[in-house]
Design a protein around this ligand. Structure first.
Ligand code: C2E
Ligand code: MG
Ligand code: MG
Length: 750
């Protein structure tokens, strides 16, 4: 584009330059031709004037002589001789009609009895014309007295009206030499010759460029044949003509103009070469100037173009590539991925992630983590080629678009890829066991419709599959399938409807009884939330609590549930029933909320219920962080009358040691114990469980066992000395009203 532009500009400039040059050249030529014409005319008119003046002198003498006594043998000769001495003529002659004449030649004696026939033909001719009554000038002829060519003026001499004789005067052509020396011709750039018939030189200017001796202008090779022909023709017609000749490789322009006497011509030569050289020089200078400008423009354009290209490349790079690894970025990937979907070819999208990358960053440092990312990029470069591509999104998340869709092949390929990446720690002599995980979406037949939208959806699916693969402790991969799809749909629903659900009361209070094993009676209840969706379907806490803990909504939900519980207890009291203690699950986020104890107390006050009816269930994970801080919080809550229970004890990393250090009121043994006991004939789990129960007893804590599903479960935990049992054996979690009806009014538990 830029090049075309420059070429166009260049061509335009050259054309302008050329046209200007030609115009300049023609203008200069026209001007110099005109100047030649003007000056030649001027010279012709001066010659003419000179001749007229000479004629006038001669005619005056003729009148004078016509009145004289013309006795040729007497004083007349003397009169003629004296007259000749006074004027500039070389000689003067007088011929009476029908007789011989006399001749006076300056510096010579007067000759008498000169026969007309003795004179050269040219002289005889004009004298005869004068005798016939006509003034004229002769052609040039060789003078007998001077070694030069001369010409003759002749005028008739009248006595009254009768021609009585002819008066003639000769002069040499040098009379014009001062006119023709040519110093001022064309301002010094030219010269003039005077020519006779046939182009013979009459007067040859000393300033001539051609210095060789020549008779006529046509001698030598100077006039080209056609030019010479043109000149000859014009001379024959007594017309002016412009012509040119070559001399020493240069062309000279000339003008040949008739003088109007005897076929004489003036040739005015312009040292045209000089003028044209000036034009040529100007054209050349202009050409160079234009060329310079052109090169400058070209340079600027190319420079500008390169700078813009470089900037564009950099902009493109920063817009589409990741500075750290040099891999494409998400934007570029999405573009290409969308194009692939549009083309309808089968493909698979893989999301690859490093497990605990945050930890690697913190423990090994940013530089090490960056090197790991670059290493992953280099391995991906080796594994992915052709029409496949990948990108690094943010942090340690890589997306791969592969053209392979067979599950097993893909699994094997990704496993070997992950194995290679894991080599990084070996190469860097680190003991850390690096693991990776992948989420995969197979797109066998890309769905119809908006490809950009599909790309967004598929990328969300792959992240969902990735999240599902995260849980493992080794390299793992997870395919996005129908089940995951449902799960993802539900999560999307949960996240987008949670606030609305809270406002419309979609979160319902369910209660599950806690059975007092000693008294064989209802020992309390646990509040468990159920979400009744718009379509009436029940959504269970496992499907949304982890998400709410992640997005912080659990704080609002737990307080909401707490208020539901308080309202329920208030209702029991108002109904005249003896309220039972209710355990309420508390998320970690709520537990560490500032003013958490005050908030709870305000709720108790609002419904006027004693705090000791509320047991706060916290997860054992809390104890992992800071036992002292946790104890401090527990004591604050206990001081306000609340009971604190540790939920799901035994499901994680908790130890008996932790149990000993916490000032809790109750420990709930995870249902995992009962499950494990069933599959453990050696009785190790049973031993551990009974140790926990015993220790809790020693520490003054109540013990509740979760997941009591059978009578034998109950018998087992009773034998162990547990205080309470909770599980389907007694009841599933049921709506609060049903619980009231079943366990408070009818006292259904026996
Ligand atoms: P959790 O506190 O350990 O609650 C006990 C869970 O075990 C309940 O599941 C209950 O239905 C289930 N369960 C009880 N007996 C049996 C049994 O005999 N067999 C089996 N297989 N399961 C039994 P649910 O209601 O789905 O609650 C799951 C978890 O969700 C709860 O575990 C609790 O951690 C959390 N959760 C429930 N409601 C709330 C809430 O309001 N706030 C918070 N933060 N978490 C809640
Ligand atoms: Mg619980
Ligand atoms: Mg539990």
């Amino acid at each position: 584009m830029a090049i075309t532009f420059v070429v166009c500009i260049g061509a335009a400039l050259l054309v302008v330059c050329g046209v200007l040059g030609v115009y300049l050249r023609n203008t200069i030529r026209q001007a110099s031709n005109q100047q030649m014409l003007n000056e030649t005319d001027e010279y012709i008119s001066r010659i003419d004037k000179q001749i007229q003046a000479d004629f006038q002198t001669l005619e005056t003498l003729a009148i004078f002589m016509g009145q004289q006594e013309r006795d040729l043998s007497g004083s007349f000769g003397q009169v003629l001789h004296e007259a000749n001495q006074r004027n500039d003529f070389i000689s003067m002659l007088y011929f009476p009609v029908g007789q011989n004449g006399i001749a006076s030649i300056v510096d010579h004696a007067l000759q008498t009895d000169v026969a007309l026939q003795s004179l050269p033909d040219e002289a005889q001719e004009v004298i005869r014309q004068a005798l016939a009554g006509e003034s004229s000038i002769s052609r040039l002829f060789k003078s007998e007295y001077a070694d030069e060519r001369v010409f003759l003026y002749a005028v008739p001499v009248y006595d009254e009206d009768r021609v009585v004789g002819a008066l003639a005067a000769s002069d040499h052509v040098e009379i014009f030499s001062d006119i023709l020396d040519g110093n001022g011709v064309l301002g010094g750039n030219g010269y003039i010759h005077m020519l006779g018939t046939e182009g013979k030189y009459l007067i040859r200017s000393q300033r001539a460029v051609v210095t060789e001796p020549m008779e006529t202008i046509f001698d030598g090779p100077y006039f080209a044949a056609d030019e010479a022909e043109g000149v000859r023709l014009a001379m024959a017609r007594q017309e002016s003509v412009f012509s040119s000749f070559q001399y020493q490789g240069r062309t000279y322009q000339c003008l040949l103009a008739p003088v109007g006497i005897n076929g004489w011509y003036l040739i005015c030569v312009n040292t045209m070469q000089e003028s044209s050289r000036a034009a040529y020089q100007i054209t050349r200078v202009m050409g160079f100037a234009f060329l310079g400008i052109l090169i400058l423009i070209l340079f600027l354009l190319i420079y500008g173009y390169t700078v813009i290209r470089k900037n564009n490349r950099e902009l493109f790079y920063s817009a589409y590539y990741d500075r750290l690894t040099g891999a494409a970025n998400r934007k570029r990937f999405v573009q290409r991925f969308t194009e692939c979907l549009e083309s309808g070819q089968p493909l698979s999208l893989v999301a690859l992630n490093v497990r605990n990358f945050k930890f690697i960053n913190e423990i090994f440092g940013k530089e090490y983590a960056d090197r790991l990312l670059c290493f992953i990029k280099s391995i991906l470069d080796q594994h992915i080629s052709g029409t496949e591509f990948f990108c690094r999104d943010s942090s340690d998340l890589f997306y791969l678009c592969l053209k392979q869709t067979d599950r097993d092949g893909l699994r094997a390929r990704l496993e070997s890829l992950m194995d290679e990446i894991v080599q990084f720690t070996e190469q860097s002599h680190s003991d850390y066991r690096l693991t990776l995980y992948c989420g995969i979406v197979l797109v066998d037949t890309p769905p119809e419709g908006d490809a950009a939208r599909q790309a967004t959806d598929i990328m969300a699916h792959v992240l969902f599959a990735l999240a599902s693969a995260k849980g493992s402790y080794q390299n793992s991969l997870w395919f996005y399938d129908a089940q995951l799809h449902e799960k993802e749909k539900l999560e999307n629903y949960v996240e987008s409807h949670m606030q609305q659900a809270l406002e419309t009361g979609a979160f319902r209070l369910f209660l599950q009884p806690k059975f007092d094993l000693k008294n064989k009676s209802l020992g309390g209840a646990e509040a468990l939330v159920r979400w009744i969706a718009d379509d009436g379907r029940v959504i269970y806490p496992d499907q949304f609590i982890p998400l709410f803990e992640h997005n912080g909504f659990s704080v609002q939900l737990d307080l909401y549930m707490m208020e539901c519980v308080c309202r329920q207890i208030r209702q029991w009291i108002d109904q005249g029933l003896t309220p039972v203690g209710v355990s309420v699950n508390q998320s970690k986020l709520l537990f560490y909320e500032s003013h958490y104890p005050e908030t709870l107390t305000r709720l108790m006050d609002k419904y006027s219920i004693p705090a000791n009816l509320i047991t706060l269930e916290i997860l054992e994970g809390l104890a992992l962080e800071n036992v002292d801080e946790l104890n401090h919080k527990i004591e604050q809550l206990q001081a306000r009358g609340f009971r604190v229970s540790m939920d799901d004890f035994g499901s994680g990393y908790s130890s008996l040691n932790t149990l000993g250090r916490l000032n809790i009121d109750e420990v709930k043994l995870d249902r995992g114990f009962l499950l494990e006991i069933a599959g453990d004939p050696q009785g190790r789990t049973r031993l551990i469980m009974s140790q926990v129960v015993e220790l809790a007893g020693h520490l003054g804590m109540d013990t509740v066992v979760e997941g009591v599903e059978t009578a034998s479960d109950e018998a087992l935990i009773t034998a162990m000395g547990c205080g309470y049992g909770q599980g389907y054996y007694y009841s599933r979690p049921i709506p609060a009203a049903e619980f009231t009806e079943k366990f408070m009014i009818a006292s259904g538990i026996e």
